[in-house]
Design a protein around this ligand. Structure first.
Ligand code: GLP
Length: 241
């Protein structure tokens, strides 16, 4: 199984072998993988080499460790294409999963200079701040912090937690959503994020900021969100010009 003469490092070969076992469903999500001692016997390598392979896979989100219990196979990451402007609700539906949310904050506040500029309104104009934990089939995926101008959507209330902001916007304004610009950055979860997202402290997070516009060009939302990096990967098709 492991070719000790190969130029490929042994830990890498072990990772590839474990990934193959996951893809052939020999190991399924939530299964415990063999202990470091067992793996070092199976692959005939030192426990340090095994630990390196397992740690890399934990960092990648393929495996996760539970203190005092062992190492387990993680759920497959959600592959989110970077084209097409879709909502969380639509994304989950397309995957046959159920989206739900927990409302952390619903408040009317005055726009900071930064949010006002991005929403094309005046500083101190009234905006809604809506902070939700987004779940897919009951598992926490992201914390989304949305800012929407009150002047555009005066009737918005806490009931929004039951549904989709995009659906509400399109129905209320009788206008489709047109486009958005998005920035994705890597960060580390702070204490409160790791509690809310049910992650171990210092886990990797994808911080995404999206500024979205109606079809007529009116900005209607700024969203700052934190996605679990072990549950999400973003994919795109790219063409050579
Ligand atoms: C995605 C985007 C957010 C957007 C949200 C709307 O998650 N990253 O920027 O606000 O969808 O989702 P929904 O319509 O389900 O509330």
């Amino acid at each position: 199984m492991i070719d000790k003469k190969s130029p490929l490092p042994m830990y890498y070969q072990i990772e590839e072998d474990i990934k193959r076992r996951i893809s052939t469903e020999e190991y399924s999500p939530s299964d415990m993988i063999p202990s470091e001692r067992e793996l070092s016997e199976t692959y005939q390598v030192s426990r340090m080499t095994v630990r390196q392979a397992v740690t890399n896979m934990v960092n990648e989100g393929v495996l996760y460790r539970e203190k005092g219990r062992g190492t387990f196979v993680a759920d497959k990451k959600i592959e989110q294409p970077l084209q097409g402007l879709t909502s969380f609700t639509e994304d989950m539906k397309a995957r046959g999963m159920t989206a739900s949310s927990k409302l952390l904050v619903f408040e009317k506040i005055s726009a900071s200079p930064e949010i006002a500029r991005k929403l094309g309104i005046n500083q101190d104009d009234s905006i809604f701040q809506i902070q939700r934990i987004r779940y897919a089939d009951g598992k926490p995926m992201a914390i989304e912090n949305s800012f929407l101008p009150e002047s555009l959507l005066p009737g918005l209330d806490e009931q929004i937690v039951q549904g989709s902001i995009y659906e509400y916007v399109e129905e209320t304004l009788k206008q489709p959503i047109g486009k958005a610009s998005q920035i994705i950055e890597a960060t580390i979860a702070d204490k409160s994020q790791s509690v809310l997202l049910e992650m171990t402290p210092d886990s990797a997070i994808l911080h995404i900021e999206r500024n979205s516009y109606l079809a007529d060009g009116t900005p209607f939302e700024v969203v700052k969100s934190s996605y679990r990096a072990d549950r999400y990967k973003f994919i795109s098709d790219i063409h050579r010009a």
